[in-house]
Design a protein. Sequence first.
Length: 443
Amino acid sequence: MTEPSGETAPWPSARLGWIAVFLLSLAGVASYLDRVVIGLLVEPMKADFGLSDTGFAMLQGLAFGLFYTLFAFPVGRLADSYSRRRIIMAGLGIFSLFSIASGLSRHYWQIFLARTGVGIGEASLTPAAYSMLSDYFPPTKLGRALGAFTTSAYLGMGLAFVLGGAVIGWLSAPGGLDWWGLGDHKPWQVAFMIVGAPGLLLLIPLHFLLKEPARRGVVGAAKAIPLGQVCKALWGRRRFLLPMFAGFAMVTLPGYAGVTWTPAMFIRVFGWSPAQIGLWYGAIYMVFGMGGVYFGGWFCDRMTARGVLDAPLRLSAYGFIGFAIFGTLGPLMPDPYIALAMMAVALFFGTIPYPLAGAAIQLVTPNQMRGQTSAVYLTIINLVGLGLGPILVGLFTDHVFTEPSDVRYSLATLNAIAAPLAIGLLLWAAGPYRRFRAELSQG
């Protein structure tokens, strides 16, 4: 397949581009409110449904993660041919409604089905957003745009922990549920209903303010590239795509595990309340998570502007060394505040790769393949990270370390295994990725 040389038409104005970043980031925040608050609800949901750690992890790893993964590619293919704006709005409405349905569940099978609906709806956002932003920003500014968009994940996580912990504490107080007129529901149920509402409200500004940009970097005149041709093009890039996707999967493995199980660790080991760990862990996510993501995008743009063709992969690998050290030691600390401090440093370094994965994909992919290639990437990292991360920690705790408070050792073990693999795989991908970009620039 011949790569496009690019259009000569001017790029959209910076104002329109950053409006899109802002609106897409709000959608990202809404999605993470739902998928993260469940980490604060481990103990009450386990008690109500009579679950083991592994059984609880199935809600996040199988029900949500599997269907989030399965629908990523079909949605990505749609995003390469149809209105990305409409796809994002449809997904936003679906996952918000199913989040509310999670709170209405009274049996395990009901919430299991509701979590699958949340996963299906949220599968629409990232492939369509990556593709849309690559048509708003030129390559030397794409890293910052994707970095800003990716900060929504950590803002959403932070808000979910801080506000979710406060709301759960409020709802659990005497008379808290009566104020809402929901005295026949459990606090965890009402928490799901509350975090599902913002996504529905966001549909209004998305409808009026989010614009569909003209597609750039289009190959040929066809609206869509045949699936067989897409597969052939991806296979032609396998020397860097395979280790690159595997490396980023190892980045997400401890990431999703930490989001799900770190609150439970502080509750079990240090006796903290959900409100207490929610406040501290949420603040760390908003400051250090967002800081690492934006720093990664900003520094990658600087490296790209200097002609470093493998900047996204090289920076991801070097940044993740910090996570390998502090992410392994943090859960083992005897004092909760020392543990939080080390986790904050680990979070900064551990979030650097996230926006760079999207940038790396967009820079070597024709427009009509960007959503699909991003979806393949999401499928792989979520099968590994979201599908296995929480479940592996649950299995380690239930069957290797045996005591619930030993979840700290499960987290440290997973981090110690995954981080070196991520670093090695990303550095392995950097060489062929660099050579492929050099060929593009010459041809």
